[in-house]
Design a protein around this ligand. Sequence first.
Ligand code: RP5
Length: 189
Amino acid sequence: MNYSKRPFVGIIMGSSSDSKIMHPAATILDEFGIKHEDQIVSAHRTPTRLLEYAKHAETEGFKVIIAGAGGSAHLPGMIASHTIIPVVGVPIMVYNDKNSERFRVSAFGGLDSLLSISEMPSGSPVVTVGVNKAANAGLYAVKILANEFTDLRKKLRNHKELQHKSVLKESEEMKKLGLVKFAGKKFKR
Ligand code: RP5
């Protein structure tokens, strides 16, 4: 079964406001040609839907679930308690105020979500990426799938190679321009 034809990754988040932070997970999966299914599931506001989603994920044959949430962030842990599918949590610090361009920061700056996700009791493990690091969750999902789909290993190696080249390119430019000019150009000061 091909990973580009059928979704093996489920991306969920606790609120539509989380989409601002979560979309890089989808971007990474898109770059690797991996089909994913994206939904909003709130552990607190839609608790029964949470159970339904876990069943749906099993029925669909998802191989990994990426779950982002802010504040007390129960979503990744609760999903993990309902399924054996590995869950990668994304703790969310900043989220949009849905009704304006303003943004809000959670009371403890994302540490609340990070600890909620990482401190799952023994027996219900969830892994977590850093605060707001949704792209890393996407990459981690690719790595999980690469255990099964060998062509993804090649794509992951290419991805590493591109990162390597991009650091070398910037380093060359820094060497040529000098640090002050380089930083001025990069940060448009
Ligand atoms: C959490 O509360 C969500 O994951 C979100 O990060 C946060 C705020 O949600 P909204 O008030 O923006 O819907 O459950």
